[in-house]
Write a protein that binds this ligand. Structure first.
Ligand code: BTN
Length: 266
C-alpha cells in the first residue's frame, strides 16, 4: 500500500517552529504532517529509504498502530499527544547514546515549554510524579542510502482514555500542569533539545549528555530492578548508567551491565 499524503503543517505547529528556527539545527526544517498514519516511524523509515536526510521529521495527529518498545502498543488518540519520528544518520560511536540523548532532549523540551520537571528511567522513559508521560522508540535500518536511525517519540499532552493496564501508570502534560498545553510549543522545544544534544554527541561531548541524563535519573538510582537474560531472570539494585549508556546494576554476583531489553522496576 502506498504511504498517505502529507498535508500542510497546521499553523499551531508552523508558528512555534518558525519562532525557534535558529535553535533547530537540522531538525524541524523538513516536517511532514499527516492527519493520521499507522505509525510515524514507518513513514519516516520509508522516507529515509527514499533518501531523506538528517532531521527530516514526520508528525501525525493520530496513529492507528503506534508502537512502543518491546512490541507494546502506543495509544495515540487524535489531537491528544505528539507522535513524532525524525531521521538521523549517525556514525559509529554516537549510535549507542542516541536514545539517551533523545530522553534528555524530551525532558528538557517539556520543561522549557511547560515548566514541568520530569525524571528519566533507563533507557529513556520520561516520568512526571511517578507516571510515564513520554517515551522514545529508536529503530535502525541500513539500506542503499546508508545507516539510518528513526527516532520516534510520543508525548501524552492531553488527558485521554488509555487502556486499563496503563491508565494508572500514565499521565499527560495537561494533567500535571493543570492548564492547557500547546502541542506546537512542546514539539518545537523538544526538537531544539534534540538538536542541541545530538550536536553534542557528534562533537564528541558525550559527557555532557551523560551528565544531563544522570542528573534527571536520581529517582531511579537505588531502586530494585529485574531483567531477563539468556540464563533467566536477574535482579539487583540500579546504580546508574556507564559511559556507554548501559544500565549498571549491583547484584549478589557483582556488578552487571544491562544493554538491551526490558527492565522491571520493583
Ligand atoms: C515507549 O516508551 O515504549 C516508546 C514509545 C514511542 C511512541 C512513538 S509515537 C511516534 C512513534 N511512532 C510509533 O509508532 N512509535 C513512536
Amino acid at each position: 500500500m502506498s504511504d498517505p499524503r502529507p498535508q500542510p503543517l497546521p499553523e499551531n505547529f508552523a508558528v512555534p517552529l518558525g519562532r525557534v528556527v535558529n535553535r533547530l539545527g537540522v531538525f524541524g526544517h523538513k516536517v511532514r504532517w499527516y492527519p493520521t498514519v499507522a505509525s510515524t516511524n514507518d513513514i519516516a523509515a520509508a522516507w529515509a529509504e527514499r533518501g531523506a536526510g538528517e532531521g527530516c521529521t514526520v508528525v501525525a495527529n493520530s496513529q492507528s498502530a503506534g508502537r512502543g518498545r518491546q512490541g507494546r502498543v502506543w495509544t495515540s488518540p487524535a489531537g491528544a499527544g505528539l507522535y513524532v519520528s525524525t531521521v538521523v544518520r549517525p556514525t559509529g560511536p554516537v549510535i549507542p547514546l542516541l536514545t539517551i540523548a533523545a530522553g534528555v532532549a524530551l525532558a528538557e523540551g517539556i520543561q522549557t515549554a511547560t515548566g514541568l520537571v520530569s525524571d528519566l528511567k533507563w533507557p529513556n522513559d520520561v516520568f512526571i510524579n511517578g507516571r510515564k508521560v513520554a517515551g522514545v522508540l529508536a529503530e535502525a535500518t541500513s539500506s542503499q542510502t546508508g545507516i539510518c536511525v528513526v527516532l520516534g517519540f510520543g508525548i501524552n499532552v492531553s488527558a485521554a482514555v488509555y487502556p486499563r493496564e496503563i491508565a494508572d501508570l500514565a499521565t499527560s502534560l495537561e494533567r500535571e500542569a493543570g492548564v492547557s498545553v500547546a502541542r506546537g510549543n512542546v514539539l518545537a522545544e523538544c526538537l531544539c533539545g534534540l538538536a542541541q544534544r545530538y550536536q553534542q554527541l557528534t562533537d564528541g561531548q558525550r559527557g555532557e549528555v551523560l551528565d544531563a541524563w544522570r542528573g534527571r535519573a536520581v529517582a531511579m538510582t537505588g531502586r530494585c530492578v529485574q531483567w531477563s537474560e539468556v540464563g533467566g531472570i536477574r535482579e539487583g539494585t540500579a546504580e546508574g548508567i556507564d559511559d556507554s549508556g548501559a544500565l549498571v546494576v549491583r547484584t549478589d554476583a557483582g556488578p552487571a551491565r544491562v544493554t538491551a531489553g526490558e527492565v522491571r522496576w520493583l
